[in-house]
Design a protein around this ligand. Sequence first.
Ligand code: ARG
Length: 472
Amino acid sequence: MAIRDGRLKTEMTDEAADYNSSLEFDKIIFEADIKTNFAHTSMLKNENIIDSETADKILEALDKLKEEGIDALVLDNSVEDVHMAIEKYVIDIVGPEAGFMHTAKSRNDQVATDLRLVLRERIRNIQIGILNFIEGIVEFAKDHLETVFIGYTHLQHAQPITVAHHLMAHVQSLKRDYERLDDTYKRVNLNPLGSAAMTTTSFPINRELTTKLLGFDGYLENSMDGVSARDFIAETVFDLSCLCTTLSKICEELILWSTYEFGIVEISDEYSSTSSIMPQKKNPDIAELARGKSATVTGELITILTILKAIPYTYNKDLQEITPHLWNACDVAESTLSIVTKMLLSVEFNEDRCLELAGKNFATATDLADIMVREKGIPFRTAHQIVGRIVNEASEQDLSEEDITSSYIDNIAMDLGFDKLELDDELVKKALNPLENVKMRKIPGGPSPEMVKLAMDNICIFLDEEYEKRGI
Ligand code: ARG
């Protein structure tokens, strides 16, 4: 074909052509490539670099292609990529003058531009998905402001919380995932067009104009950087990897909590499977797959960074190999976000079981130590030692929270060589009650219903602002 005829004597072997081709994943940038060509040709016309009549014919052909869609292209081994396929289409319609479209432009700046155009849309869509998920969780959590539950450290009973407080922790994480993408967007939405192969061009092109036509916030100020920078991709995939980590953690908890042993949540049947041999089984397949697929996104990040680290300036064909990993990361992140949103919002919490766990295993012991400090002025470390011994002995004697009285505490304090504390029995009871325990944590960021409500109000303000920015 024409582009090879000048310099090369023979065609590639079919195997080499297949290996070299990016056509399969170029489909994703098809529309963006028309846009880029359109903006570039319009600019060439505006700056009188090519004559108006030729430019109009090229623009018309591009419009026609846009209407006809990708099926109008010949996508076989006679072309290496979508850029060449589009050029061929335009030449077939306009004739050899269509070649003016490629004045002062290279596939190098073109592909970099196309990728940015598509990626900025994908980022915005994923961001909207995150906002919807946050909104859904907040609504869900409103019903659980007083649903007392157990919090874990080291996956061991730690302190009472509420279901709402726990869910709102995930909301904060999702909010950061959203903000990270917002920040990355600024570096994605920049125009490389005009960098040409790597050194711009001697034609008096107008980069401000293509920047405006393509809706970029600015242009890349070094042409070598323009054609070869792909850190905007690495950064996006890192953000997606963080998002998927958040989603995977949510799934991990749902998987644990839905076991017979935990018995905390019921995942809805729509997101569960059964076993082919064990008829009693209800398996959390979707949550497990989402947990597994999040590893794919992190894997794509490592692949991308590994390709990038050994690339001398400027364009090298290795860069083409990054693209399918980017789109795969976007696809997996987007589908995982969508399904985890629906799955989490359809679970049911077993409130009795949540309360039961919160009251067991001396999860309220920190507060018992706190009242010793508050009421009797003893150092927290001393209180910690006394309460630790109380838990130890009570467990050995098979006693539970309700059996701990002021005199029981004093016997242990004296055993350890401290004075009697003579705490009020009512106070002891209150400290050991999980709901009271949660209500007492009225510090900003804490689990008391009013503080969680405050955090929800703040998130709602954030959601309103972001929806407004995005015109939703
Ligand atoms: N298909 C190529 C890619 O995705 C387009 C740029 C080709 N440039 C070149 N010098 N061969 O990177």
